[in-house]
Design a protein around this ligand. Structure first.
Ligand code: BGC
Length: 420
């Protein structure tokens, strides 16, 4: 099963989850009295739920992208930490900008194509004090930031992703109240969604005004709501979760980035949970679902990149097969004419998983948080074979026999000195 020439293979990360030392709306919330009291009540050790040093990627970025290279990746997705670049309204920190330039230059020197996210759920404290995306001026403030980074990084970036998963973030922050600012207000959720739509549109225009050839997309989480097409619940869920945001921004979109994680059965399967397969944080794994959500995206007539897909699997017992099976379904979609151009696994390395802290392990590469040692998991080796050959063997078991269990990583890429 061959993939199209030039297909992008790689993995994704986000600044707050890996960099360490970020100071933004999340880091402030993680240490707020309310959050600490909540953790104490549940007898959770706060240190597992505070991002802190994270994976020290700011210092270790050479190592991390060298590993990606060594694992056969020709693309990567990373995000900028807005709070580092614009720590005070309208004041840009050139040192931080230059640091990101060094990272992007390094990625390019490895012949890896970077996809750059501008907002992966974290923003500066000053922006948060002005009520974040509840503020009617938020879209303009975000577009100013986009314009500035567009100018700074235009020679290094072709693929821009202003927003990551706006609906997921709005839902968790303003409907169920689990993410900061922990509100439960349908009214506010609608307002924030409107402002995020506007933020996407304005930042699209800002980035295009700097470089009209750049490709500006979105990372959109879509769920496979399983059920017959006439099922009213499926229709509603699809409309609200999967399509409403994309419908609103489709005229300002050069590609769709799909983040696919799981299905929600809205049919009889709902009652047969024993037959489902779960990741180790209880997410129902369903490779076939990606085929259905890809088909649903055809309506937008844009190239599609899978900008996230993965699972938490500390023992690494499910990941290889999950990647393999999912890619079989992606291949089927492509063979039916759906324009999928890349697959970026979530995640390159283990990282800080938001409210769940450090326990979930999403990385192709395992991180020992005490020593900051990186160790590619066996599944990373299977994925490496797929990336390097641009094809899937037709039997998963062939891979298992052929994977070199010693997990050696090409030393050319790991012996680089770190330069912070
Ligand atoms: C988010 C990531 C997150 C991943 C796993 C995605 O929804 O973009 O930041 O770590 O899911 O939960």
């Amino acid at each position: 099963m061959k993939f199209p020439d030039g297909f992008f293979w790689g993995a994704a990360t986000s600044s707050h989850q890996i960099e360490g030392g970020t100071h933004n709306n999340w880091s402030v919330w993680e240490q707020s009295a309310n959050r600490l009291a909540y953790l104490k009540e549940r007898e959770h050790d706060p240190k597992h739920f505070i991002s802190g040093h994270a994976t020290k990627h700011t210092e270790l970025f050479h190592k991390d992208f060298s590993l990606a290279k060594s694992l056969g990746h020709n693309a990567t997705r990373l995000s900028l930490e807005w709070a580092r670049i614009e720590p005070e309204k309208g004041q840009y920190n050139q040192k931080e900008i230059d640091h990101y330039k060094r990272i992007l230059e390094y990625i390019r020197s490895l012949d890896i194509e970077p996809f750059l996210t501008l907002w992966h759920w974290t923003h500066p404290v000053w922006f948060d004090r002005q009520k974040g995306f509840e503020n009617p001026d938020s879209s303009k403030l975000f577009a100013d930031f986009a314009h500035r980074v567009g100018r700074e990084f235009q020679d290094l970036i072709r693929f821009w992703i202003p927003l990551n998963e706006p609906i997921v973030n709005t839902f968790f922050s303003y409907v169920v109240g689990l993410f900061p600012p922990q509100q439960m207000s349908y009214f506010k959720a609608r307002k924030v969604k409107r402002h995020l739509i506007q933020a996407h549109k304005e930042s699209y225009k800002a980035l295009k005004s700097v470089d009209s050839d750049s490709c500006v997309g979105i990372s959109k989480n879509n769920i496979y709501f399983e059920g017959r097409s006439w099922n009213p619940l499926k229709k509603l869920a699809n409309k609200k979760w999967n399509f409403s945001f994309l419908d609103a921004v489709q005229d300002d979109l050069d590609f769709v980035g799909l983040n696919y994680y799981f299905r929600i059965p809205l049919n009889r399967h709902f009652f047969h949970r024993k037959e489902w397969t779960f990741s180790d944080i209880g997410w129902p794994l369903y490779p076939e679902g990606i085929y259905h959500v890809l088909r649903d995206l055809v309506r937008y007539q844009k190239p599609i990149f899978i900008t996230e897909h993965g699972l938490s699997d500390q023992q690494d017992v499910q990941r290889a097969q999950y990647i393999f099976e999912t890619l079989c379904w992606v291949h089927k979609a492509i063979s039916e004419g759906i324009d999928v151009r890349g697959y970026l696994h979530w995640s390159l390395i283990d990282n800080f998983e938001w409210i769940l802290g450090y326990k979930p392990r999403f990385g192709l590469v395992e991180v020992d948080y005490k020593t900051q040692e990186r160790k590619p998991r066996l599944s990373a080796k299977l994925f490496q074979k797929i990336c390097q050959t641009n094809r899937l063997e037709n039997r998963y078991s062939n891979y298992l026999q052929n994977i070199d269990k010693s997990l050696t990583v090409d030393s050319r890429w790991t012996s680089q000195k770190n330069d912070t």
